[in-house]
Design a protein around this ligand. Structure first.
Ligand code: NAD
Length: 272
C-alpha cells in the first residue's frame, strides 16, 4: 500500500526534516477522516498541495480507491484505508498502521452523521447515541489515539469540523446542532491541555457548503433564497473554501492559533 518513496520519507528523519523546509507541510503526515468526498476530500487536497502526505479514509474501499486515484493524479502523496470512525478497532488500526511509518502530524476529524430531521422531542435515544458517538465521541477518541504519536515527534495540529449550526441551531436539526456545539467545547477544552505538548487544537464551522450532506438545502431554490437573505456572499460555499482554511490551520502560518473556531459562512448573520 505504501510506496517505497513514501516509506523512505517517513522512516528517514533527515529527509523528513529537509522536506519540511521546502514547503509549508512537506514531510508531514495528515489523517483526514471521511475524506473520499466533500469537505474531507477538499481538506485532503489542500493539505496535499501544501506538501503533506495525506491518509484518506472512509467506510467503503471503493470510495477510498477512487479518492486515492484522484489525488495521485494531482501529484499528491496519498495513502488510503477504510475506517469507520465509530468502531474502536478501525480507529486503532488506522493509527497503528501509520505510527510504524514515523509519526502523525495532523488529524482532521471530519466524519459526521445526521440521521434525524424533525422536532427534537421526537428524537430517540438511538438517534442521540448515533449522532454523539460519530460526531463527538469519535473525534475525541481519535484525538486520544493520535496525541502520543504527535508528542513523540514534538507536536502536531488537530482540526475538528463543526458547523455554523453549532452556534445557531438549524430548524429540524436539533441533535445534530447540539453535537456541533459540543465540538466547539471540545476545541476549547483540549487546546490548553495539549498546548504544553506543542499540539494546537482548532475547529472550522462551515455555513452551507455544496456537498452531498447538505444537498437538501442548496439544491432547493426556495430554501436557498431564504438563506441568501442572511448571507453577505449570495451563494453556497464550495468544499475547497473549507479545505483551504483547514490546511491553513494546520500550517506554520497558524502557529499562534489554538482553541479557535473559524466560521466560514459567506458572512451568515441572524437566525438560520
Ligand atoms: N456541507 C455543509 O453544508 C456542511 C456545513 C457545516 C458542517 N459540515 C460538516 O462538514 C463535514 C463533512 O461533511 P460534507 O458536507 O463534506 O458531507 P459528506 O457527506 O461528504 O461528509 C460526511 C462524511 O462522513 C462520512 N461518515 C459518516 N459516518 C461515518 C463513520 N462512522 N465513519 C467514517 N465516515 C463516516 C460519510 O460517509 C460522509 O462521507 C461534516 O462534519 C459536516 O457536519 C458540512
Amino acid at each position: 500500500m505504501f510506496s517505497s518513496a513514501v516509506k523512505c520519507l517517513w522512516i528517514c528523519p533527515v529527509i523528513r526534516q529537509r522536506n519540511m523546509s521546502t514547503s509549508s507541510l512537506a514531510g508531514k503526515v495528515a489523517i483526514v477522516t471521511a475524506s473520499t468526498d466533500g469537505i474531507g476530500l477538499a481538506a485532503a487536497q489542500a493539505l496535499g498541495k501544501k506538501g503533506a502526505h495525506v491518509v484518506v479514509s472512509s467506510r467503503r474501499q471503493a470510495n477510498v480507491d477512487r479518492a486515492v486515484a484522484l489525488l495521485q493524479r494531482q501529484n499528491i502523496q496519498v495513502t488510503g484505508t477504510t475506517c469507520n470512525v465509530g468502531k474502536a478497532e478501525d480507529r486503532e488500526r488506522l493509527i497503528e498502521t501509520l505510527q510504524k511509518y514515523g509519526g502523525i502530524d495532523i488529524l482532521v476529524s471530519n466524519a459526521a452523521v445526521n440521521p434525524f430531521f424533525g422536532n427534537t422531542l421526537d428524537s430517540t435515544e438511538e438517534v442521540w447515541d448515533k449522532i454523539l458517538s460519530i460526531n463527538v465521541k469519535a473525534s475525541f477518541l481519535l484525538t486520544k489515539l493520535v496525541v502520543p504519536h504527535m508528542e513523540k515527534i514534538g507536536g502536531g495540529s488537530i482540526v475538528f469540523v463543526s458547523s455554523i449550526a453549532g452556534y445557531q441551531p438549524m430548524p429540524a436539526l436539533g441533535p445534530y446542532s447540539v453535537s456541533k456545539t459540543a465540538l466547539l467545547g471540545l476545541t476549547r477544552v483540549l487546546a490548553p491541555e495539549l498546548a504544553s505538548s506543542n499540539i494546537r487544537v482548532n475547529c472550522v464551522a462551515p455555513g452551507i457548503i455544496k456537498t452531498r450532506f447538505s444537498s437538501a438545502l442548496w439544491q432547493n431554490e426556495d430554501i436557498m433564497d431564504d438563506f441568501k437573505k442572511q448571507l453577505s456572499i449570495k451563494r453556497a460555499g464550495d468544499p475547497e473554501e473549507i479545505g483551504g482554511v483547514i490546511a491553513f490551520l494546520c500550517s506554520k502560518e497558524a502557529s499562534y492559533i489554538t482553541g479557535e473556531t473559524i466560521t466560514v459562512t459567506g458572512g451568515m448573520s441572524g437566525r438560520l
